[in-house]
Design a protein. Structure first.
Lengths: 304, 513
């Protein structure tokens, strides 16, 4: 609904909005936030939060870009995923096995990874020296059949994860632990393992996003991912995934992220300054959550 | 069973008395279910009007309409000759209709007085709370209710029974015209029950109309003046309590014969399915040894807190024992988690179906296959149609009333929810099934169905353990009864030798072997 509304409003206000070019731009912009949001959706359905993805994105991008010149693109990508998953598994261990509160653990991790990134880079920005002759450019700069590769990564990953969520035993179990952890325990589900794997998954999709970002920019600042955790969460919430866990869907997250990207894009096309996006994003989230609740209770306002 | 003739002789002193509250032709539907269909109810000032019906009969819905939580789709609510619309509990309260919930809704960290005046705190200059004044007013109400505790006490420190009194006190603040009690005795001891009944009678004499909802027939007959019966959302008539009897209203309520007495043949015992020796956890229970054969039902009877649930949770891998061992089919096994237990053919229908038994937001089908989802998956892929088949099989077998496999368990009645949980465990084809309080909070109809089912299961060669706090239940279903007191097994009865008296002695620690 909101999705269609956005399309209509923006296409009425600016002609450029509906062009194929611009649509691809939107998907492209959405692909980084969206790819991360795919993994985070699993975490949220499982009843937890992941706020560390923003600085994990910075870390992974800095790492892959810096290593690119040192060990070559292939090894760089491999090492980047190894370290990203390592951090994801620390989150997963603390939250899944030690049962620590996910908000606190990942908030702490957010700041810890920022520190690690700075220590690693020594505070300097990194970039790739030969930006034209590396196949690393594939992930962020090239296109297949006219579709930008980032969009392809986002969409293919989205389709795969949607199927995993809805059609596999793993997905079903994630819904179950998020819906009722105790009943899941009594049914023989291993919550610790499942929670652990949701954090691996969100680390993995964050790694994929770092590939796109690093390849597109061919360099990285230490704080490139700052604020992404909130945008990602906004997309997930906008898609209607409950923060209490137990419900949600990848397809809806994708739509949520697209709405966010479209609003940002539309505002730019309409000539608003960059910072209005932040305000508007907030308004959109509040309205979306409000409408969602209002639809559930059949009234706009709560009577008690 | 002609209600017309029964109604001719009213017992009230004022026979032509007008109803204080009247429901006319009230209907309410939820997606897929017609919860209420043309229900009538009239409640008079100064009477206790019992509302009787199986789980799912529509009692809760009706009550929520009275309390303004739901709005009826059709029909009228008439209070003191005025047509009223109550669109929220707040409005209902303003009209003088108050609901005392089955589940308490109090704040444990606040004092008694603060809880009593929650949302209605008398304030000075509309801002400041005068605690002394608050406590004085609360004290008056507590005295009226014969409560011994102080207004300044922290609520969390009170027993459940006393918390319930606080809930009642909170209702009295509003000087209600109608008070609705929903299963108020569910967690009370006998003595506390007597006190509560005293309070209800006192309310009644002061002219308040009481709607009393309960499954417990004895209570209803002790307390009520009239009884209205609901079945499947339809109105089945109102009876004067003095002129009817349990059989008649039960018939009305379930609409079929309670094939009451279960025939007991001596079970055909199979091999020893489960043997527990010397099991103990410090502080909970000690030296627990017993065995269960295939084909028999063993009842565990004892007071709440005797350690029965904890033993079952240990066997099921939810707790680690300090000592002792568990043998399944003659093999010593280390069961470290529920999934180990399931692999070894154990099933546990837990004590609390909403918290431990079901993922309420999930569909009936998904809940049914949750404990053995791996059996429905090939290479991680779920075979949905196989799942559906299994659910529908158990829907038929256990007579689960639900509109379809995709229906959320959240909207099922307690009895049907419990049947889904049982179906979930049966679908794992267990060898040993443990049922912890299998019929708690369930109406007579479903209860008897579940009792029959338990007997049937034993006949098919399952080893069954039933943990229960209800004596009739253990006596009905068990082949043997193990009595527990304070973390120990005090006695083991064979079916023939058990009497109520010896059983009570055994669970209160009056006999030692």
């Amino acid at each position: 609904m909101a999705f269609i509304l956005c399309v209509v409003i923006f296409s009425l206000s600016t002609q450029k909005f509906l062009s194929t070019d611009n649509f691809l731009t939107v998907v492209m912009q959405a692909s980084i936030i969206g790819t991360i949001a795919l993994g985070v959706t699993f975490v949220v359905i499982g009843g937890n939060l992941d706020l560390s993805v923003g600085s994990l994105l910075s870390f992974a991008t800095v790492l892959v870009v810096d290593l690119h010149d040192k060990v070559g693109p292939g090894t760089a990508i491999l090492l980047m995923f190894v370290f990203t998953l390592l951090i994801g598994s620390v989150n997963g261990y603390l939250i899944g096995y030690l049962r620590l509160n996910s908000l606190i653990v990942t908030l702490g991790m957010l700041s810890a990874i920022q520190g690690i990134t700075l220590v690693y880079s020594g505070g300097k920005n990194v970039d790739i020296s030969d930006q034209t002759n590396t196949w690393f450019a594939f992930f962020g700069r090239e296109a297949l059949f006219g579709v930008p590769v980032p969009a392809i990564i986002f969409i293919v990953l989205g389709i795969i994860l949607q199927i995993v969520l809805l059609k596999t035993g793993f997905g079903r179990k994630i819904f179950a632990i998020g819906g009722n952890a105790t009943a899941s325990l009594f049914s023989g589900l291993r919550r610790n393992r499942l929670v652990f794997s949701t954090y691996l998954l969100s680390a993995f999709t964050t790694g994929c996003a770092a590939l796109i970002l690093g390849s597109r920019v061919m360099g990285s600042q230490n704080n490139v991912g700052e604020g992404y955790e909130l945008l990602v969460l906004a997309g997930v919430i906008l898609g209607g995934t409950s923060l209490l866990g137990g419900s949600g869907s990848i397809a809806r997250t994708v739509i949520g992220v697209l709405i966010l990207a479209m609003i940002q894009n539309g505002l730019l096309l309409l000539g608003f300054p960059y910072y209005t996006q932040w305000l508007v994003t907030w308004v959109v989230i509040i309205v979306a959550v409000w409408l969602d609740i209002a639809a559930k209770r059949g009234k706009l306002f709560s009577t008690y | 069973m002609n209600t017309q003739t029964e109604m001719k002789e009213p017992i009230n002193s004022q026979p032509e008395e007008k109803p204080l509250l009247k429901l006319k032709n009230v209907s309410k539907s939820f997606p897929g279910v017609k919860a209420l269909d043309g229900v009538e109810l009239d409640v008079r000032a100064g009477e206790v009007h019992a509302l009787l019906g199986e789980n799912g009969a529509g009692k809760s819905t009706l009550m929520k309409i009275l309390a303004g939580i739901y709005q009826p789709d059709g029909g009228e609510v008439i209070l003191e000759d005025q047509l009223v619309h109550m669109s929220s509990p707040l409005e209902a309260r303003e009209h003088g209709v108050l609901l005392i919930h089955q589940e308490l809704s109090l704040v444990p960290d606040m004092t008694v007085a603060e809880n009593v005046f929650l949302g209605n705190i008398p304030r000075f200059a509309n801002i400041f709370v005068n605690n002394r004044h608050l406590n004085e007013r609360c004290g008056e109400i507590l005295t009226r209710l014969n409560c011994k505790f102080k207004p300044t006490e922290k609520l969390g420190n009170l027993s459940i029974a006393n918390q319930q009194m606080v809930e009642i006190a909170r209702a009295l603040v509003f000087q209600p015209k109608v008070v609705v009690f929903d299963e108020p005795t569910a967690s009370l001891t006998d003595y506390e029950k007597v006190v509560l009944f005293g309070v209800i009678r006192e309310l009644k004499e002061s002219g308040t109309a009481i709607v009393y909802i309960s499954h417990r027939m004895d209570e209803i007959f002790e307390l009520s003046d009239r009884i209205s019966v609901l079945r499947d959302g339809t109105y089945q008539g109102t009876f004067y309590t003095r002129q009817t009897n349990e059989d008649e209203v039960t018939q009305r309520m379930i609409g079929r014969d309670l094939d009451a007495d279960i025939e007991h043949q001596p079970p055909e015992l199979g091999a020893k399915a489960l043997q527990v020796s010397g099991l103990g956890i410090e502080g909970l229970y000690s030296d627990i040894s017993f065995d269960v054969h295939a084909g028999e039902v063993v009842g565990f009877y004892g007071l709440v807190g005797a350690g029965r649930t904890e033993i079952m949770e240990t066997i099921f891998g939810l707790r680690k024992p300090d000592s002792g061992s568990v043998q399944i089919n003659g093999q010593n096994l280390a069961i470290n988690s529920p999934s180990d237990a399931i692999d070894h053919g154990l099933g546990l229908v837990p004590e609390s179906r909403k918290e431990q038994g079901l993922v309420l937001g999930m569909s009936c089908k998904d809940n049914t296959t949750l404990a053995n989802i791996s059996e429905f998956t090939k290479l991680g892929w779920i075979d949905t149609s196989a799942e559906r088949k299994v659910f529908e099989e158990y829907m038929d077998k256990l007579r689960i009333k639900c509109p379809g496999w995709e229906y959320s368990t959240l909207n099922l009645s307690g009895g049907n929810q419990q049947k889904v949980v049982i179906g979930k465990w049966l679908s794992t084809s267990p060898k040993i099934l443990i049922l912890d309080e299998p019929t708690r909070g369930i109406d007579v109809g479903s209860k008897s169905e579940i009792h029959h089912l338990i007997r049937e299961l034993a006949k098919t060669g399952l080893a069954v353990i039933v943990v229960s706090s209800e004596m009739p239940e253990v006596l009905t279903v068990s082949d043997r009864i193990i009595a527990m007191y304070d973390g120990r097994i005090t006695r083991c009865f064979d079916r023939g030798e058990v009497t109520e008296d010896t059983l009570i002695r055994a669970i209160t620690g009056q006999t030692e072997r």
